[in-house]
Design a protein around this ligand. Structure first.
Ligand code: DOR
Length: 452
């Protein structure tokens, strides 16, 4: 299938209201007969939606402006623009893996209108200067909104707090040491106390280094059979438990990134029963694949945290159904072929995901398992992440920015990594058959990607 993409207007990544950066404003648009799903307003109905000057208007006015364009959305879902809060764009430092330009093209092609960029770049995003450099680059190159996560600690080394307050002034919307994990609990406590002064969201990649040691895959029967060092569940779970305790102590919310284990689900469930402010995200690969995928030493399936076992997948599914996990994300982690095509011990962790995540979740959770419906899935990509990051996005409320994702819910398609916009092809979903796909992505009223 061919696709078109236009990268016409850059816009401020922090701008969550319409802006006048393009010389020509987006023409008014009437989207007709779509299934409007707006979980923020508990709305699910067939209706028309009118947008103008980059803003949601709502019902069309009695007299439409003459220049109004019309889009027939019969058979399509009209959703608020999807938000992925876990994306590695690799700039600065590794433009051979991904750039802001290529990564945001890939995001648009996956139906995403906003992404949160992780700070484990080279150099890392751990200073106001780094944030400002990135903002400039985003303004020049991005085709979707890019929000920035700053580091918790300088150089992501886990020792000294990064200048969190001045990074916030420079434009970050959250902090995390993602790719790394703060091992020193005292440092993490101070980070939480400091972040709470600004109500800045704290996100954490949970990995105890002593327990995960040199593990390259899940510790279990497959790591034993293959003779590979294991990265056990407990290495994630002790940090999830630590974070829950610190969140309670500091009365500060924490968001747990890429949950992979049944034990973490149990801890999160207990925390939410105790009304602690803990949120969590899950990535599609942790639901689609088990550690068995490593049996041929294929480093495409090497990811951190690692693919686990069937009963972990079942626990993650339950957590989604019951609402313990409320956010979906990709952990889009591009790596070049030459980096991945080495002995598995030496290959980097990570897999791409922006162009497949929506379809992977829809295929598994809606069509195969019948575990959730479209409004639930869309909430996990819109209102829930928007609330976590305190963004005025993820809704079709009148006056909100006109960021929209049009989804064909029953479209059958097969993903081909060679047609990916990402510069890297390290996807575990090559050749997978999906049901459901984003077909048009609109940012601030402007179509930035459309499936032909
Ligand atoms: O597999 C991963 N790759 N997990 C992470 O947390 C980091 C990421 C990367 O940056 O490559």
């Amino acid at each position: 299938m061919s696709q078109i993409h236009s990268n016409s207007s850059p816009f401020s990544p922090l701008q969550v209201l319409p802006l006048a950066v393009s010389s020509k404003p987006a023409p008014p648009l009437l989207i007709r007969n779509g299934r409007i799903i707006d979980p923020a307003n508990q709305r699910d109905e067939i209706a028309d939606l009118f947008i103008q000057s980059g803003v949601i208007i709502g019902d069309p006015p009695a007299k439409l402006p003459t220049e109004t364009q019309t889009l027939d959305a019969s058979g399509l879902i009209v959703a608020p623009g999807l938000i992925d809060i876990h994306v590695h764009l690799r700039e600065p430092g590794a433009p051979h893996k991904e750039t802001i330009e290529s990564g945001t093209f890939a995001a648009a092609a996956g139906g995403f209108t906003s992404v949160l960029a992780m700070p484990n770049t080279s150099p890392p995003c751990d200073s106001p200067a780094a944030v400002m450099w990135l903002l400039q680059r985003i303004l020049q190159k991005s085709s979707v909104r890019v929000f920035i996560a700053g580091a918790i600690t300088k150089s992501l080394a886990g020792e000294e707090l990064a200048p969190i307050g001045s990074m916030l002034k420079a434009g970050i919307v959250a902090i995390t040491d993602d790719g790394h994990c703060v091992q020193n609990h005292e440092v993490m406590r101070r980070a939480l106390e400091y972040a709470s002064m600004f109500q800045l969201p704290v996100l954490d990649h949970c990995q105890d280094y002593n327990l995960s040691a040199d593990g390259v895959m899940h510790e279990g029967q497959w790591s034993l059979r293959l003779g590979l060092q294991g990265w056990p569940r407990i290495a994630e779970e002790v940090i999830v438990a630590r974070n829950i305790l610190l969140a309670e102590l500091c009365s500060t919310p924490i968001h747990i990134q890429h949950v992979s284990s049944a034990g973490s689900v149990r801890l999160l469930r207990e925390a939410s029963a105790r009304k602690l402010k803990i949120t969590a995200e899950v990535c599609p690969h942790h639901l689609w694949f088990t550690d068995e995928k490593l049996q041929n030493f294929d480093s495409t399936f090497k990811v951190n945290p690692p693919l686990r076992e069937r009963h972990d997948i079942e626990a993650l599914l339950e957590a989604i159904v019951e609402g313990t996990i409320t956010i979906f994300a990709s952990d889009h982690a591009p790596h070049a072929n030459y980096e991945k095509e080495v002995e598995i011990d030496h290959a980097p962790f990570g897999m791409t995901g922006l162009e497949t995540e929506l379809a992977a979740f829809a295929t598994l959770l809606i069509h195969r398992e019948r575990a959730i419906d479209w409004p639930r899935l869309i909430a996990c990509y819109t209102v829930n992440p928007a609330r976590l990051l305190k963004l005025n996005l993820g809704t079709l409320t009148a006056g909100a920015p006109a960021d929209l994702t049009l989804i064909s819910p029953n479209l059958r398609w097969t993903f081909d990594r060679n047609q990916s916009f990402s510069l890297s092809k390290n996807t575990p979903f090559h050749g997978c058959e999906f049901v459901g796909r984003a077909v048009q992505t609109i940012v601030a009223g402007r179509t930035i990607w459309k499936l032909l």
